[in-house]
Design a protein around this ligand. Structure first.
Ligand SMILES: NC(=O)c1ccc[n+]([C@@H]2O[C@H](COP(=O)([O-])OP(=O)(O)OC[C@H]3O[C@@H](n4cnc5c(N)ncnc54)[C@H](OP(=O)(O)O)[C@@H]3O)[C@@H](O)[C@H]2O)c1
Length: 337
């Protein structure tokens, strides 16, 4: 099968596609899924170079999230909720390939309303943002929420989810991406955080109150403390800007601030019940079309995945960047595959 195989650590631009990679083997609690679309992440660029803590043994196939169709003619683990031909999406290492072995507890059924491209990039971004805002910061209707890097994968999901929770949302991102956030996130206001004094705009928008919650996947915490309200909560989501900030703790003390971490990946291990609850609520919101997935307009393929990763690395993209691995089957026609 075609797959993006890493044989030694290298920048993705130095790796070429393998045309005859072996088919994946089924392991305990996994099922085989034909990959239709896969999501691209910064994580993939780091992992290919050995710069991420997740270091599978060589050779390994890149990729972590995808959507596809359950392969017929395989042995299903006891209690498996999926059957041949089901459309599923989820997370599995090695999904930059035509077929992958995926753990059943890392798969969800695909809502009928979504295409494979739309579903391929949902599995990490939406629950991360939902749990951050709902579970960790306990956002209340009417509160002000500031989302930084609001046009990125987790950022745009956070804008949509904060609105769905009834918050008043200010989306901050670089100037070229403001319109995307307006169109897809429908925030109450947008702010260009590359402009000097952007925090003053936020104080003005909130009539001097400041924001109750900051959702930060990029590394703008210290700057955001200039426009946070008394008793504010700051969600530490990621470091897309490349630097892990050091925060003077007197700033945290002065306004009664809570710094709150969110690490969604280990929920399966530490709190599987909450993971199920988050997905129950997300699947409902997705089925109601209240969280429209935002796709970067260029859809890549296994042959051009390197170009997609390069655009991601160059900070050119917005929403989710995906690649199409196989042509889409018509909805419901999966039994033929
Ligand atoms: N905590 C968790 O469980 C969890 C889960 C998923 C992801 N994350 C983390 O969240 C962060 C964002 O992930 P994502 O999927 O939203 O990424 P993404 O789609 O690539 O978006 C990142 C955004 O960050 C901004 N940015 C600022 N400086 C940048 C730089 N030097 N390089 C690249 N982007 C830069 C860009 O927006 P502007 O151009 O508008 O500034 C970009 O849109 C990552 O660090 C990721 O590891 C954490």
């Amino acid at each position: 099968m075609k797959a993006f195989v890493v044989r030694q650590y290298a920048h993705p631009s130095k790796i070429s596609l393998t045309l005859d990679a072996p088919e994946p083997m089924q392991a305990k609690d996994t099922i085989l899924v034909d990959v239709y679309s896969a999501g691209l992440n910064f994580f993939d660029i780091l992992q290919a170079q050995g710069k991420h803590q997740s270091k599978p043994p060589f050779p390994f196939i890149l990729g972590s999230e995808f959507a596809g169709v359950v392969v017929p003619g395989q042995v299903f683990p006891p209690g498996c909720p999926f059957k041949p031909g089901d459309r599923v999406f989820g997370s599995a290492p090695g999904c930059f390939a035509e077929r992958v072995a995926a753990r059943i507890d890392n798969l969800e059924p695909m809502p009928d309303t979504l295409s494979f491209d739309q579903a391929a990039g949902l599995y990490v971004t939406y629950p991360t943002s939902f749990e951050a805002l709902d579970g960790r910061a306990k956002v209340q209707p009417g509160e002000w929420v500031l989302v930084t890097a609001a046009a990125g994968g987790v950022g745009i999901a956070a804008v949509q989810i904060a609105k769905a929770l009834g918050a008043k949302v200010i989306a901050a991102c670089s100037s070229s991406k403001l319109q995307v956030v307006r169109d897809w996130g429908r925030p109450d206001a947008v702010v260009d955080y590359t402009a000097d004094g952007w925090q003053k705009q936020i104080l003005h928008l909130t009539a001097g109150h400041g924001v109750d919650v900051v959702y930060d996947p990029v590394g703008r915490v210290r700057e955001s403390l200039k426009c946070i309200a008394w008793n504010g909560r700051v969600l530490i989501v990621g470091f897309a800007g490349g630097t892990i900030e050091s925060i003077p703790m007197n700033l945290v003390l002065l306004k009664n601030i809570s710094l709150v971490g969110i690490h969604w990946g280990p929920y399966q291990e530490h709190d599987p019940e909450r993971k199920r609850e988050v997905w129950r609520r997300l699947l409902q919101l997705l089925a109601e079309n209240r969280l429209p997935p935002v796709l970067y307009p260029t859809v890549f393929t296994l042959d051009t995945v390197v170009d997609g990763l390069a655009e991601l690395e160059a900070r050119k993209t917005f929403g989710k960047v995906v690649m199409r691995v196989r042509d889409c089957a018509p909805p419901g026609a999966s039994a033929k595959l």
